[in-house]
Design a binder for this molecule. Structure first.
Ligand SMILES: [Zn+2]
Ligand SMILES: [Zn+2]
Length: 478
């Protein structure tokens, strides 16, 4: 037994396991040892007693405790997964309930339309019937008043005859104009083609595992310097268009560049100022924040960059993120929510303690979490969708203060949260609540030196832009 050599400062342990012997005495002492035979964990004091009593027992040290801790964590994960499963099941059930209610309303509306149509058709038939009745009554009346030729005066006979002729015309008119329309009213129903188009999906939604680690293997580098570039490139934003091209922004050269599938620059557009960040707002439309109060909206049309419009805001625009017809823009000290007609809805979050406390933002695919980088304090904050801070992450990897670039954040389509750590030469993945770092996805050994932008494509490509570097890195992910 080499267990005693593991005793360091006595009562602390890096694992969250208590000495069971102490626990039986009502004490809380961290365990440092584990006996396989007893299946118990012991602190440094209790293990001495145990070792005297059970000389033949094998007592294991830290590694065993680490394994036990890991096992407990995994068991906890299994339990948690069951709870998560129940929650998701409830969400599916609620969604189905909403769909049922919507379909009920649609059905009610449709039946109401049918009722109105039936009433209209019935009333039009009824009007025709009334006309027939009215003419029949008149004919009957004329018939009843036929004068006796022998007894009646000539005037009476003529008067009656005139009435008879008039009635006859009226009847003929009715028969020719109204009754001649020999159509039988009917109603047919044609379902809205959108229903067929909408109900072609097989699932109510897709499942994501945002805490699933991203890992890379093969790496390629591609030069994105263009002949018009006067300065060293500094790629501060990357995004993929609906047609598969990548659009990138170059801070130093004040440019937007469109890359083809081989990452060659195929279109180039100069901006009036340095671009901070970009976000795709449609399959072919991108919004770019520049170093003033402007957002430039740029379209890709047949492989070319086309200026769409420029929007002026009341505040500085740094970070930008589009989600579900909503647009989040950071000003350096606040996070603003706009709806897509560029109408301000609310200031969601603010920290005016310094000028770079709210510099960039990103949103989880379900919209429940907003990630905000605090460049001044080197922190990542996670907010709920109403702007309440859920968590604040501080870690030595988060280092931005001192480089002339803002922290770049990216959330993948399946919810993985990526943070560009420019001064610690790494791109980290944090958990969905922004509480802890799950992985250093790429590091300096992968060539990730001063990363200023990151983008993950659904084609399993991780693309990284760097500070003062004309080459982007393209990693193939597992
Ligand atoms: Zn103990
Ligand atoms: Zn034992």
């Amino acid at each position: 037994m080499d267990t005693h050599s593991h005793i360091d400062n006595g009562s602390t342990s890096e694992y969250d396991i208590c000495c069971l012997a102490c626990e039986e005495e009502g004490l809380n002492q961290a365990a440092l040892f584990y006996c396989k035979e007893c299946q118990k964990s012991y602190c440094h004091k209790c293990v001495e007693l145990h070792n005297k009593l059970y000389r033949k027992h094998t007592v294991l040290g830290r590694e065993a405790l680490a394994l036990i801790q890991k096992k407990r964590d995994l068991e906890g994960n299994v339990e948690r997964l069951q709870t998560v499963y129940q929650d998701v099941r409830k969400e599916i059930k609620d969604l189905r309930k909403t769909l049922n209610e919507t379909l009920d309303t649609i059905e009610r509306n449709t039946v109401k339309e049918l009722d109105t149509l039936l009433a209209t058709l019935k009333s039009s038939q009824k009007a025709e019937i009334d006309k027939c009745n009215s003419v029949l009554a008149k004919m009957q009346k004329i018939n009843d008043t036929t004068p006796d030729i022998e007894k009646s005066s000539e005037t009476t006979s003529l008067f009656w005859y005139r009435n008879y002729i008039e009635q006859s015309y009226e009847t003929q008119y009715l028969l020719s104009n109204v009754m001649a329309v020999n159509s039988v009213p009917t109603i047919t129903f044609s379902p809205d083609p959108l229903i067929g188009q909408t109900l072609t999906f097989s699932y109510l939604g897709k499942f994501m595992n945002p805490n699933n680690h991203l890992s890379v293997n093969r790496k390629e580098t591609h030069e994105v310097k263009f002949k018009k570039d006067k300065e060293k490139c500094c790629i501060t934003g990357i995004c993929e268009m609906g047609t598969g091209e990548f659009m990138i922004i170059d801070w130093n050269n004040r440019a937007v560049k469109l890359l083809d599938s081989n990452y060659k620059v195929i279109s180039y557009s100069e901006l009036p100022d340095n671009p901070w960040f970009m976000s795709r707002i449609d399959s072919d439309l991108v919004a770019v924040t520049v170093n003033n109060h402007h957002v430039h909206v740029i379209r890709v049309k047949r492989g070319q960059l086309v200026w769409d419009k420029t929007l002026k805001f009341e505040h500085i625009c740094t970070g930008i993120f589009h989600h579900d017809d909503k647009l989040l823009i950071t000003s350096g000290t606040a996070l603003y929510l706009y709806i897509l007609e560029w109408e301000l809805v609310t200031k969601m979050y603010e920290d005016t303690s310094h000028m770079s406390t709210v510099t960039s933002c990103a949103v989880s695919p379900d919209g429940t979490r907003i990630y905000v980088a605090d460049r001044t304090n080197n922190k990542l904050k996670t907010l709920s969708k109403d702007g309440t801070v859920i968590s604040t992450l501080t870690d030595s990897a988060l280092q931005w203060e001192g480089i002339h670039a803002l922290p770049s954040l990216h959330v993948t389509e399946t919810g993985q949260v990526l943070v560009c750590c420019a001064l610690s030469d790494t791109i980290i993945q944090v958990d969905i609540d922004g509480r802890k770092i799950l992985a250093h996805v790429v590091k300096s050994k992968d060539g990730v030196i001063m990363p200023t932008s990151v983008y993950y494509s659904a084609r399993k490509l991780l693309i990284v832009g760097r500070f003062r570097n004309k080459k982007i890195l393209v990693f193939k992910c597992n």
